[in-house]
Design a protein around this ligand. Structure first.
Ligand SMILES: Cc1cc2nc3c(=O)[nH]c(=O)nc-3n(C[C@H](O)[C@H](O)[C@H](O)COP(=O)(O)OP(=O)(O)OC[C@H]3O[C@@H](n4cnc5c(N)ncnc54)[C@H](O)[C@@H]3O)c2cc1C
Length: 314
């Protein structure tokens, strides 16, 4: 079996999601990594060092500067003949790319894989994570997105992969890059942070969301997340959303503040190692998954919590 991993990169380094995809790929066969971008030779050198990687395919061309899924898909399709499996992380990038590749190859992709039983059998969550489905897929080529929280990060050490330069592939000019607007944050990235402080509609306003969660996140060096209700009410930007239609996180510590715990929210955070909930309603469903619960008004509890943590740290 030979496996092609589609790498993601950010600010000139490999995204951690790629390292999870490599771990998944290693369970399936020999792993090659595709790095597509512009001026990304350094990233290829990084990828070369990941243990267990056979080959790094480097498509370094201006056409891949913004790595649009529409541009990248024909390149992956051209490489597909040599691989039994094509794997990407189930991130916004992977979820955008893989279905396009699958359609072009006339294959059914298997999305959000959380466990690999064998080269044709995969486990994936359904019904917002309330059930796990085991899928056996007998097509000749398997296209998978993997849930990053379910696979350990491959280490960027000990590898001796060769780097092979490959040419760009012509793509239909039906879409073009206009701009990328990213939320600037001093805090760690949400999907990889060890601690996540997450706010819900209970925060009441964007001002209160920032005034209470920023200092708590600063104190704990945590990322900030939000429920969909908080995002819809403009308390927090869209890319903070945790849940079924947001990001999937599994940090060491998840602190849910003013979040009721709807199943769609739990789908994104219930695999967190320790869950703390602060909510004034003792019946809130979040307490069913919480390891520690505080029934209190968040407006007094959060400032007190910050004070207590600071007292312990200093
Ligand atoms: C198809 C679909 C996909 C969805 N995807 C997502 C998703 O990805 N992520 C997501 O989060 N949701 C998602 N939702 C929405 C979800 O169903 C809930 O509506 C949402 O999670 C509720 O957000 P919340 O807990 O912030 O708000 P609410 O349910 O309004 O809860 C607010 C909580 O704050 C508490 N509170 C209020 N004031 C205070 C106070 N002063 N002190 C302490 N506690 C207080 C309340 O007791 C309450 O429990 C989705 C829904 C659908 C239908």
């Amino acid at each position: 079996m030979s496996v092609l991993i589609i790498a993601e990169q950010q600010q000139s380094c490999l995204d951690e999601a790629t390292l999870s995809a490599v771990s998944a790929g290693r369970q399936l066969g020999e792993v090659d990594i595709l790095i597509a971008g512009h001026n990304v030779a350094d990233i290829a050198v990084q990828a070369q060092q990941i243990s267990g990687v056979r080959k790094v395919l480097l498509a370094d061309a201006s056409v891949y500067a913004h790595v649009l899924a529409e541009t990248l898909a024909p390149l992956v399709v051209q490489l597909a003949d040599s691989y039994s499996h094509i794997v990407a992380a189930a991130t916004s990038f992977g979820k955008n790319l893989l279905p396009r590749v699958a359609a072009l190859l006339d294959c059914a992709p298997v999305s959000d894989v959380t466990a690999i039983i064998d080269t044709q059998t995969f486990v994936r969550p359904i019904y917002a994570g309330n059930a796990l489905q085991t899928v056996r897929c007998e097509q000749a080529k398997q296209l998978l997105t993997i849930r990053t929280t379910a696979f350990a990060l491959a280490e960027i050490t000990g590898g001796e992969a060769v780097i092979e330069n490959i040419a760009a592939v012509a793509a239909p000019q039906l879409s073009r890059f206009i701009e990328r607007s990213l939320t600037k944050s001093e805090h760690p990235e949400l999907t990889t942070a060890k601690i996540v402080v997450s706010g819900g509609r209970g925060l009441g306003s964007a001002e209160n969301f920032a005034a209470l969660l920023n200092p708590l996140a600063d104190t704990l060096n945590a990322a900030i997340g939000a429920s969909r209700a908080a995002v819809d009410a403009d308390y927090a930007p869209n890319d903070y959303q945790v849940g079924q239609t947001g990001k999937i996180v599994a940090p060491d510590l998840y602190i849910a503040i003013g979040v009721s715990g709807a199943i769609q929210h739990l789908a994104g955070m219930k695999d967190s190692k320790v869950i703390v909930a602060i909510n004034k309603d003792a019946e809130a469903p979040i307490f069913k998954v919480a390891d520690y619960g505080l029934v209190a008004d968040l407006n007094t509890a959060v400032p007190e919590l910050i004070q207590q943590i600071k007292a312990i740290i200093h």
